[in-house]
Design a protein around this ligand. Structure first.
Ligand SMILES: Nc1ncnc2c1ncn2[C@@H]1O[C@H](COP(=O)(O)OP(=O)(O)OP(=O)(O)O)[C@@H](O)[C@H]1O
Ligand SMILES: [Mg+2]
Length: 517
């Protein structure tokens, strides 16, 4: 029997949800067939995660119903949703850092017991291992959640969602933290589930991924479904247009892949010599004024440690740092780094920076309040100036769905990322350190992020840009360093930069990842 002949096992009808005065979901209909991959695309704040939250019972809709095998169901909480056979990898939920991987996977489920009710840890481990092996993924079991690389945390979350038998599995931006090879492995997992008749919903900002892996594609805009069709009805420009509301050419104007001219002139802003840390081994490089230096490499290759040491989050074991030709000690904390002119956009924005209950304006200007003083000698905040900056940045980065006083916790995942980006660029540092700056950001805002970074570089800021996505590095960087095993193994400049070459160099010397735990 083909998919077309079957009935959808799940139907969502007329789902509507309001938060305060804003309509977040408008009369949303969605049918899901068994064994089908449904991709969902849409700009930041389009309502994708809200739709999923209705299916997991995290929020209740104002109107509409969910029919499962023809029967109307009410989903009041996560347990009920799981009971119906839904598994979710959430966009914002993360592993609990102090629990072990096993405890994280088992969270919310009764532990298996041995005699005298002793917890059967080995049975738990065995089940996880068996499932992970079936799915073809692996991660360390005994480490603490917080000690895992972001990528392995994702793999654990995926295993958690799939540990039990499911009818429908939803991945809300599950691939955004993964490397190219892991994405391939994840796609293999999807195909495996599909063959078993499991339905899959995949939310992603990677249009190529959606076009490659989905059977059907749904596009959401401002709370409504604006397109729902077989994947063959789309091509990239059409999909881009539907998501962004502007054409691909318009958005990418002036941004050509293949690297940019590398400024060989210009003052050296930052110079690192023989930097050694927990992973790094004698790393040396310079960053010139106006340069956008890309850091490529697998997770754990050392590229993230470069940013951590420069921004004062981690201590270096050895090496020297020169800023504008003057030797300086490495910063002992983030504040000291900022004073030296080094500012970081951290990878984990949620943990490392947003004041969730505070408004947009507060969050956007929190680290550069001194720039918004009433008078230079008067330590009072000029709200007008704060709001001016916020409004400009909101427009520029297309931050949807928030007044300046609404708590940023209420913003969608991607819009929160944009707020952090807006705050860091507002600092106007001499050296801007960016860790995965476009993670979770929709396609049109992504092009804007590139434009902002390029503009800052043209105005004389030096940028260090770390990303897993080779194409992204090739679009924006003037030079790329490829890391492996704590060392720089290759350097590409200007016209030498292309994504295929970066990927090849990244994977060429790949060895097993190591954990101290
Ligand atoms: N608790 C809440 N109170 C008020 N508004 C909310 C709340 N939760 C979500 N919203 C709003 O609902 C809208 C949709 O958010 P949602 O998280 O569904 O977007 P999304 O499509 O998943 O975006 P992203 O791609 O950034 O993840 C946003 O404008 C957000 O500000
Ligand atoms: Mg979302």
């Amino acid at each position: 029997m083909t998919i077309a002949e079957q009935q959808p096992f799940m139907r969502v009808r007329g789902l509507t949800k309001k938060f305060g005065g804003t309509i977040v979901l408008r009369d949303v209909d969605l049918d899901i067939w068994a064994g089908e991959v449904v991709g969902i695309a849409g700009h930041n704040g389009a309502g994708k995660s809200t739709l999923i939250k209705v299916l997991t019972g995290a929020i209740q809709p104002d109107k509409g119903e969910i029919l499962l095998d023809g029967h109307s169901v009410k989903i009041r909480n996560r347990a009920q949703s799981e009971h119906l056979g839904f598994g979710v990898v959430d966009q914002q939920e993360r592993l609990l850092p102090n629990l072990s991987v096993v405890e994280n996977v088992w969270l919310g489920h009764p532990y298996p017991r041995k005699v005298y009710r002793a917890i059967d840890w080995s049975a738990m481990e065995q089940q996880i291992l068996a499932r992970a092996m079936e799915l073809g993924i692996s991660f360390p079991l005994r480490a603490r959640g917080g000690d895992l690389l972001p990528m392995d945390q994702r793999l654990v979350e995926i295993t958690r969602a799939l540990l039990r038998k499911r009818r429908l599995v939803i991945f809300d931006e599950a691939t955004s933290a993964l490397e190219a090879q892991e994405v391939e492995r994840f796609h293999a997992v999807l195909r495996l589930l599909k063959d078993q008749g499991v339905a899959i919903v995949l939310i992603s900002h990677q249009l190529d991924e959606l076009l490659k892996i989905s059977d059907r594609l749904v596009v959401m805009r401002e709370g409504s479904v604006v397109a729902d069709d077989r994947v063959t009805a789309y091509d990239k420009p059409r999909l881009f247009d539907l998501v962004a509301g502007i054409s691909w050419d318009q958005a990418m104007a002036g941004l050509q892949p293949g690297g940019r001219d590398h400024p060989s002139e210009g003052d050296v802003h930052l110079e690192i010599d023989g930097l050694t840390g927990s992973v790094l081994r004698e790393v040396s490089f310079q960053v010139r004024q106006g340069e956008i230096l890309g850091l490529a490499g697998l997770e754990g290759s050392g590229k993230e440690e470069v940013l951590a040491v420069l921004s004062g989050l981690e201590r270096a074991c050895g090496g020297t740092l020169r800023m504008d030709g003057h030797e300086r000690p490495f910063a002992r904390d983030v504040r000291e780094a900022k004073r030296m002119g080094l500012a970081l956009l951290p990878r984990d924005r949620k943990v490392a920076g947003l004041f969730g209950r505070q408004g947009l304006c507060f969050n956007m200007t929190a680290s550069h309040l001194w720039k918004h003083r009433l008078k230079s000698w008067l330590p009072l905040v000029n709200h007008g100036s704060q709001q001016f900056y916020t409004k400009n940045t909101v427009n520029r980065l297309q931050i949807y769905g928030a007044g300046s006083d609404q708590p940023v916790d209420n913003l969608s995942g991607g819009n929160q990322q944009k707020v952090m980006f807006g705050r860091v660029i507002g600092l106007g540092p001499r050296v801007l350190l960016l860790d995965e700056p476009t993670e979770g950001i929709d396609v049109s805002a992504r092009a804007e992020v590139f434009r902002v970074v390029r503009e800052l570089a043209e105005q004389g800021t030096s940028v260090v840009y770390s990303a897993n996505d080779a194409e992204e590095l090739s679009l924006i960087c003037t030079r790329v360093l490829v890391f492996h095993g704590g060392r720089v193994v290759a350097e590409l400049r200007g016209g030498e930069i292309n994504d295929a070459r970066i990927l090849r160099l990244t994977y060429e010397e790949q060895g097993p990842r190591e954990y101290s735990a």
